[in-house]
Design a protein around this ligand. Structure first.
Ligand code: DAK
Length: 265
């Protein structure tokens, strides 16, 4: 499957979706068109809900940037109402990444600033190259993070560090992003990073897609709950999954000493 929009590209190869933000000349900045196209694609994937694609690799075109933020040129003349609409569009995209039934790995090459860092944080986890640069520089523009950065960054790296990053607008290089838990792994090159992501999906292709989907849901939902409420949510889903074919197959295959054949049912 290959779906081409104007500002993003989505292609499925050997069960992995490659989603690329395709505005290299503008360092893949997010304008309304990019966000609208992402919304259309993600909504469609959620509606179709197929497990044939194991997961998605999200990256930015070229070597220089993952996403250098929301498009400052488009934002400069926005009215308060237009800004609200733009913010809602951006937030709906980050929410759709979280609601997607399959995992998304943000593969960060170069700049992931502002909205770019926020999109990366709405993915399931982040891989980075040595040249990756993360930051929420909105205060330098007289703004605050608006696609979830004030909420998600604290959850990734803790509230104190997040405050320092947001208030100063300073950048974090790959090494720091890795040390504070924002990037899971740092790779020498973009090629190595994609290989790393493919390796993760290869491991995931051997487990139950329904179990991954359920774990994703519980882990995302739990972010907004107390530990007690989160445990209740985990308990409900843990019990539910006993009604699935995948659970029966996984446990049966273990006892029969063979590889399981999961279907996501
Ligand atoms: N928007 C538009 N164009 C951008 C851009 C951006 N964010 N970042 C880079 N570009 C464009 C540059 O303008 C330049 O275009 P031309 O001048 O050649 O036409 C081209 O990309 C190459 O960039 P540079 O020439 O600047 O490249 P350098 O290597 O010198 O510098 C840089 C790279 C990443 C350090 C620099 O480009 C830079 O500082 N970019 C801006 C980074 C930034 O501040 N990002 C955060 C944007 S604010 C909202 C919700 C969310 C948001 C806003 C509102 N609402 C709820 C309403 C989100 C806000 C943000 O993300």
């Amino acid at each position: 499957m290959s779906t081409n929009f104007e500002t993003i590209n989505y292609e499925v190869k050997e069960g992995v979706g490659y989603l690329t933000i395709n505005r290299e000349k503008a360092l893949n900045a997010l304008n309304s068109q990019v966000l609208t196209e992402l919304k259309t694609l993600l909504t469609d994937l959620i509606e179709k809900k197929s497990y044939e694609t194991k997961g998605i690799i999200l990256t930015g075109a070229g070597e220089k940037a993952f996403i250098a933020g929301a498009d400052i040129k488009e934002m400069a003349d926005m009215t308060v109402d237009q800004a609200k609409e733009f913010g809602e569009l951006g937030q709906s995209v980050t929410t759709l990444f979280e609601k997607l039934h399959i995992p998304v790995i943000a593969c960060v090459n170069g700049f992931a600033l502002g909205g770019g860092c926020e999109i990366a944080m709405s993915c399931d986890f982040i891989y980075a190259t040595n040249s990756a640069v993360f930051g929420q520089p909105e205060v330098k523009l007289g703004l605050i993070p608006g696609f979830g950065g004030t909420q998600r960054l604290s959850r990734y790296i803790g509230r104190n560090r997040a405050r320092e990053i947001v208030y100063t607008g300073r950048n974090m290089k790959a090494e720091e992003a890795h040390r504070v838990g924002l990037a899971v792994w740092v790779f020498e090159s973009k090629e190595d990073m994609i290989k790393g992501a493919l390796n993760a999906f290869s491991m995931m292709s051997k487990v139950s897609p329904l179990a991954i989907e359920t774990a994703k849901k519980v882990m995302n939902d739990g972010n907004d709950l107390t530990v007690e409420q989160g445990l209740q949510c985990e308990l409900d889903q843990f019990a539910n999954i006993f009604g699935s074919e995948d659970m029966k197959e996984g446990t049966k295959a273990f006892m029969e000493k063979r590889a399981p054949n999961f279907t996501g049912k």
